[in-house]
Write a protein that binds this ligand. Structure first.
Ligand code: NDP
Length: 400
């Protein structure tokens, strides 16, 4: 018996719904709820046509705790898969506690009025989840998520001590649009325009946005300019693997993308505060989202690959060792399978696998945990079966 409530019917929610429907032996009763019910109904119809699986749907404001509690008490899921926006994490966790339901998400909490994310807000729920005997699994997408599990797998099987960790995220796909973001534009632009930050020798080092960059070579793709940015899994990984001396995150951006981003910032369209417009208040970045391409619709013409992985240097049996573990995902294959592009796919598949781990009792313990705190092996096995196969290279030049 596996009864789950998926919250959020965007690109990622669409993939999660497809993937849970593909695994009926684990997920036996599925509901998709989101702000706009018609989007849930469209996904449910598509999934029914493809796999013959019934998906229940509901409309929900995930920032309204009493409304959430009512839905949870009516449907009685074992687990909520939260793939709405990071703004809703805390209200959904509050509702889960009140209704006695377990919780999983793919992005850490971020307040709406401040472009700032960190785990402290959600880690503060640890005691309450523990006392309630409920599990909360944080950050179970690709990055955070698979990159964190890759690190745990490397620590378990390849190293006595991980010393240097570089997470490398390349999107070498082309959607054919002059400018678009691969997931929610508001969240994406807030993330990539902030100051850079990495961990070195026990402290955080800050950089100007996109100040540090270099070309890195990605398997089957080739060299791509890669920029050091701050990414949320660094915070939990340096805490959970204290031998790490330096941890950094690199993401590829094209020249065109960066130019558009600079213009958007310079003309004030990335602002997250309210401005007066024609007698009403609007938030520029939310208005921008309304006119940019919908990330969920990019799939049809998306060509090429994503390549995300971990490049690790450390000690094994007294000797220095290097290790590179990665997945390459094809945008076209993701579209054929789920009707969405590769970035939604690489996030939604791990969220489904995390839910599977919970329902099978493999990732189940009272409290609030990041994914690297669970056994990586059964999750790694499922990545290979569920569409995100991984590859390892040992003692190669990491370029870093
Ligand atoms: P979308 O914007 O496509 O979808 C978000 C969905 O959440 C929409 O259906 C939206 O409803 C719904 N929603 C927003 N606010 C509310 C609310 N108050 N109540 C109920 N539903 C709401 O985003 P994505 O699918 O691209 O991303 C989903 C999540 O995945 C985000 O948190 C993102 O940060 C995370 N992510 C994680 C990654 C990882 O690797 N870990 C990578 C990429 C994304 P409506 O349709 O009405 O707007």
């Amino acid at each position: 018996m596996g009864k789950v409530l998926i919250i959020g019917a965007g690109g990622v929610g669409t993939v999660v719904t497809h993937k849970v429907a593909q695994n009926p032996e684990v997920f036996t009763d599925i509901m998709l709820a989101s702000r706009t019910k018609s989007k849930c109904d469209a996904v449910a119809t598509e999934v029914k046509n493809r796999y013959g699986v019934e998906i229940k749907t509901a409309s929900i404001d995930a920032e309204n705790v009493p409304e959430l509690v009512k839905l949870l008490k009516e449907f009685k899921p074992e687990l909520v898969i939260n793939v709405a926006l990071p703004y809703q994490d805390l209200t959904i966790m509050d509702a889960c506690l009140e209704a006695g339901v377990n919780y999983l998400d793919t992005a850490n909490y971020e307040p709406k009025d401040e472009a700032h994310f960190e785990y402290s807000w959600q880690w503060a729920y640890k005691d309450r989840f523990e006392k309630a005997g409920l599990t909360a699994i944080l950050g179970c997408g690709f990055d955070p998520g698979v990159t964190s599990v890759f690190t745990a797998y490397a620590a378990k099987h390849h190293f006595d001590e991980i010393q240097y960790l570089d997470i490398v995220d390349c999107n070498a796909g082309d959607h054919g649009k002059p400018f678009a973001t691969n997931f929610n534009p508001e969240i994406n632009i807030r993330e990539v325009t902030q100051r850079g930050k990495y961990w070195e020798n026990g402290q955080w080092v800050e950089t100007e946005p996109h100040e540090i960059h270099k070309p890195l070579t990605y398997p089957e793709i080739g060299p791509k300019e890669s920029y050091l940015i701050y990414h949320e899994e660094l915070e939990s990984l340096v805490k959970n693997f204290p031998t790490i001396k330096r941890a950094r995150f690199w993401m590829t951006f094209g020249e065109e993308y960066l130019t558009h981003l600079r213009v958007i910032q310079n003309i004030g369209m990335a602002r997250i505060d309210e401005v007066e417009f024609n007698g009403q208040k609007i938030v520029p970045i939310q208005f921008l989202k309304a006119v940019l391409p919908n990330p969920g619709d990019l799939g049809e013409n998306y060509k090429g690959w994503t390549s995300i992985g971990c490049r690790i240097r450390g000690i094994k049996d007294g000797k220095e060792k290097t290790y590179y573990i990665y997945n390459n995902c094809s945008h076209e294959a993701a579209y054929q399978e789920t009707g969405t592009q590769g970035v939604s796919y690489t996030t939604g598949v791990p969220a489904m696998i995390g839910a599977m781990m919970f329902l099978q009792g493999k990732w189940k313990k009272p409290g609030v945990f990041n994914v690297e705190e669970f056994d990586p092996d059964p999750f790694m096995e499922q990545l290979n079966k569920q569409g995100l196969p991984w590859h390892e290279l040992v003692n190669v030049d990491l370029e870093l």
